[in-house]
Every structure is written in C-alpha cells, then in structure tokens.
Design a protein around this ligand. Structure first.
Ligand code: URA
Length: 248
C-alpha cells in the first residue's frame, strides 16, 4: 500500500468512527481543531485515485470503452452485458454481485426476484425511485449457473465499477452481500458481522447489508433478515438526511 493510500485509509477509519458516534447520538470523539485542519489539508493534498484518470469521465463514455467486452471468459456465455443503471448524479449507489438469469436476458441489473425486493426497499422503504439511485454489480456479465464470480473475472471488471463510482461520486454506497463488500473493502469479511457498520470506499461512506437474494433463498428467516436490512437502510437514510418515519 502506498503512503497516500495508507493516509486515506486512516482518515477513512476516523471518519467512520465519527459517523458511528453521531449515529448513536454521542458527541464526536475529541479531535483538536489543529488535528481537524491537518486532516482536511492532508486529504485534499492526496491526488484523486491514480489509475482511474485514464478512463472516460462520463458513464456513456465508459460504456463505450467497455464495448462488446471480451476482457474475461464470462463474455462467452453472457446474453447481454449489464452495465448498471440509474442517475449519474445519484446520492446512493447499490452494488450487487453479478447479473443473474433475468438480468442477463434484460441487460439490466436487479430485475429478477431479488431485484423486485431491492426495488421495494428503494421505493417503499426509502421513498425513492430506481431512477434516483444507481444500481450496478461487481461483474457485468452473468457467471454461468449463478456461481460466484472468479478472481480473474472480478479483476477484469473492477476498474469499470471503480470508475462508475468515481464518476457518480455518490454520498453513500450500499454493498449487497459478501462478494461486493469484500471486493470494495479489499479484505475478507463475514456479511453477518460487517452488515450495518459504516466503512468507506474512495472516501465515500459504505454500508454493507444482506444481498436480497439471500433473503429470497431463506423464506423461514425472511422477517428477521428483512428487519436487519431495514435497520441498515435506515442508517443510510439518516446519513442522506432522508426522513425515517417514527415507527419504522
Ligand atoms: N444479483 C446480483 O447480484 N445482481 C443483479 O443484478 C441481480 C441479482
């Protein structure tokens, strides 16, 4: 890890700590004015994400560069590449794992059964529309049989996801499930332990929660899992300044 990346990571941790304090109604940890000034100066001196500057700075441009992508073996079995969709000015980006059967056919993210649940969370839970947010995946082509994406597939696709997020620069990211959380945080995680906790990616607050497909696959635990996702979503809503109804 370069010194710049280390500095960013340390400040990311401090930010998360401050947000966690705010969340539970506590005063922020005692950080002196001098320290705050130092943090701001240091952060602004760090150049924006080296390596990403070679990519177009619009979503349309990035889609064009991707073209009829054959950068990994998933292109052989995919029907349609699923780039992602939503607002280029979204305040919130959802990141899933990879397209499933329905998404592969439609060329759109989260349109199958898990997608219907995600749509309900966005619309009924958050009071937003799919067009208000941005929805994308770690890999843009369907892994055969819905297996987990493999390392070489993820590595080929991740620079495009990074640039999508870099272009949008949302105020928050919600990772859905273990794979997307792990890939953005660059460490192995257990989703049961990590969900509901603020992290950061590219200096953007990141909240992991369960993948909606996990809830769909576990009907006997539906109530419990949905309750946990709702707790996580409420944290995101508070972070974005969206109204959370009293009894929710
Ligand atoms: N699951 C995902 O991770 N992404 C989709 O787009 C659909 C299902």
């Amino acid at each position: 890890m370069s010194t710049e990346e280390e500095i960013k990571e340390v400040f990311g941790h401090i930010k998360n700590l401050m947000m966690a304090h705010k969340e539970i109604g506590m005063e922020p940890p005692p950080v002196s004015k001098e320290m705050l000034g130092y943090m701001e100066r240091e952060v602004s001196e760090v150049p924006p994400y080296p390596g990403q500057s070679d990519y177009p700075d619009s979503l349309e441009g990035l889609r064009e560069v991707l073209g009829d992508c054959k950068r990994c073996k998933l292109h052989k079995s995919r029907k349609k590449l699923v780039f992602g969709e939503g607002s280029p000015r979204a305040r919130l980006v959802f990141v899933g794992e990879g397209p499933g059967r329905e998404e592969d056919l439609a060329g759109r993210p989260f349109v199958g059964e898990a997608g219907e649940l995600l749509t309900r969370i966005i619309e009924r839970g958050m009071g937003l529309t799919r067009e208000d947010v941005y929805i994308c995946n770690v890999v843009k082509c369907r892994p055969p049989g819905n297996r987990d994406p493999e390392r070489d597939e993820i590595e080929a696709c991740l620079p495009f996801l990074r640039q999508q997020i870099n272009i949008i620069r949302p105020e928050g990211i919600c990772t859905l499930g273990r794979i997307s959380t792990q890939e953005l945080l660059k460490r192995e995680i257990k989703i049961t332990q990590e969900r509901g906790k603020w992290n950061s990616f590219m200096d953007i607050p990141l909240m992991p929660t369960y993948h909606p497909a996990y809830i769909v696959r576990n009907p006997s635990r539906e109530r419990e899992l949905k309750g946990q996702v709702w707790e996580d979503v409420k944290k995101i809503m508070r972070h974005l300044g969206l109204e959370v109804k009293k009894n929710d």
